[in-house]
Design a protein around this ligand. Structure first.
Ligand SMILES: Nc1ncnc2c1ncn2[C@@H]1O[C@H](COP(=O)(O)OP(=O)(O)OP(=O)(O)O)[C@@H](O)[C@H]1O
Ligand SMILES: [Mg+2]
Length: 238
């Protein structure tokens, strides 16, 4: 087995006096779509924010593509090849869709190739091309999520982490975003997805990690977890 692209071991982190993550182990192999599920407040966002260097880790290891990224800081994590699409999308008000997309590429030195990548994300989500000069924050929720994902891939990441893909979106849009993610994945980008909607998450991902009160309660193939009575009762409404 080759080494996983991302390997998190014994990760602990939190805010001030409050510890949120307690010894989290997680691995993502190159080419996979992996999801993280769990109830509100379980620590999913904190886990992504600790991986991307926005929350300080207290203990543990984060290895990515052979590098140690523990507390390396957000710019170093992005440069190493991890893009983070945050919960709530966080597009910049007063800036066009195109400028929001270009911000995703702000650390790249290959400026000449950035225009080509813009065309690529416009192919992926054609509505973004139609709306290229519109204030990004005036778009619909689904369009904003497409823009946030597209901004993430403008950094040419090896790993794209998305926090709450489907939140507040209609089923048809969620399906469209899912297809977009599968296309991104086919282009060679590994995906780590945090998702409230476990059904959607399990359809997209081949493996899942279940977070409960800051710990990994369960992990495995989504096909196996879908048949697990505890998971079915707690997360699939069965
Ligand atoms: N900036 C912060 N300062 C202090 N505590 C925080 C902060 N952000 C999150 N927390 C706390 O950390 C815990 C985990 O929150 P987190 O946002 O990681 O959960 P989550 O699994 O993403 O939840 P949700 O499904 O609602 O998005 C919660 O108890 C939350 O109140
Ligand atoms: Mg969250």
């Amino acid at each position: 087995m080759p080494e996983p692209l991302l390997k998190v071991t014994g990760l602990a982190s939190g805010y001030g006096d409050v510890q949120v993550l307690w010894g989290v182990d997680l691995d993502v192999n190159e080419g996979e779509i992996v999801c993280i599920v769990g109830s509100n407040g379980a620590g999913k966002t904190t886990l992504l924010r600790t991986i991307s260097g926005m929350v300080t880790a207290r203990q543990g290891e984060i290895r990515f593509a052979g590098e140690n990224l523990l507390n390396a800081g957000p710019d170093a994590v992005l440069s190493a090849g991890i893009a983070h699409v945050p919960e709530g999308r966080r597009l910049f008000r007063g800036m066009s869709v195109k400028d929001n997309l270009l911000l995703g590429a702000y650390l790249r030195s290959d400026r000449s190739e950035v225009e080509g990548d813009l065309d690529h994300v416009f192919d992926l989500f054609p509505i973004l091309k139609e709306r290229a000069s519109q204030d990004a924050t005036t778009m619909s929720g689904g369009e904003q999520q497409m823009c946030a994902i597209a901004r993430g891939i403008m950094s040419r990441p090896k790993l794209l982490m998305i926090d709450e893909l489907s939140l507040g979106l209609a089923p048809r849009l969620i399906e469209r975003l899912g297809e977009g993610l599968q296309a991104i994945n086919r282009h060679g980008i590994t995906i780590l997805l945090v998702e409230q909607d476990v059904m959607t998450a399990f359809e997209l991902a081949s493996r899942a990690f279940v977070v409960e009160t800051g710990r990994i309660a369960k992990s495995g193939d989504t096909a196996t977890l879908s048949d697990d009575p505890v998971i079915r009762q707690a997360y699939l409404g069965a």
